[in-house]
Design a protein. Structure first.
Length: 202
């Protein structure tokens, strides 16, 4: 296990973790990714907290670094454990050699580069004017690496061919998009209902 390789050279680390076959390694990776995400959201919450109106409950939560950090950690760590189970079921439906280790390991390796990119983005957002722009450019590199890792990890851990891996990744990504959309819609609905109503004209 090499944490540095998991961030920057995930393919080499994937092969090593696959040989070990130890579930504790991807769980450690999820912990690391969760901590980095927690730090990132705390920084972002701090940096944009002054620009968000605190009149609504949702805004108060978003502007609280502690709550943002706790939420980010739980989403990545618990979401990774549950997401690994779901991904296992998706790949099992495609008749692959599917187990829980493969699902969690795939999600964990995908989360590592993305969490580092998110951390870089959040730190650079503290720099006025150009910081956020530079952060977006750099973080996109890590997000692209993360997307490629999802495909490669799927092929390796589930021991499947390129086409089946692509179908599995597409099905998983589509379902995650739907979940994110529904979550965002529910959050926006909560936000809109919490806004103060305008007094009617006499």
């Amino acid at each position: 296990m090499s944490i540095v390789e998991a961030f920057w050279k995930p393919q080499e680390d994937i092969e090593e973790v696959k040989k070990e076959g130890n579930l504790s390694t991807p769980i450690i990776y999820l912990l690391i990714a969760g901590i980095l995400t927690a730090i990132s959201l705390a920084i972002l919450s701090y940096s944009v907290g002054g620009t968000i109106s605190s009149e609504t409950k949702l805004a108060q939560l978003l502007s609280n670094p502690g709550i943002a950090a706790a939420g980010g950690f739980l989403i990545v760590f618990v979401g990774g454990l549950l997401g690994g189970l779901y991904y296992m079921l998706v790949m099992r439906a495609l008749k692959t050699e599917s187990d829980y280790f493969a699902g969690v390991a795939t999600i964990a390796h995908t989360a590592m580069p993305a969490s580092l990119g998110f951390l870089i983005l959040s730190v650079l957002s503290l720099i006025p004017m150009v910081g956020i722009t530079i952060g977006v450019v750099i973080s996109l590199i890590f997000f692209a690496l993360s997307a490629g890792t999802l495909y490669n990890a799927t092929r390796e851990f589930f021991e499947t061919d390129m086409v089946t891996a692509l179908v599995g990744v597409s099905a998983f990504a589509l379902s995650m998009i739907v979940v994110i959309y529904l979550f965002t819609f529910s959050m926006m609905t909560t936000f809109m209902t919490s806004l103060p109503t305008m007094p009617s004209m006499p």
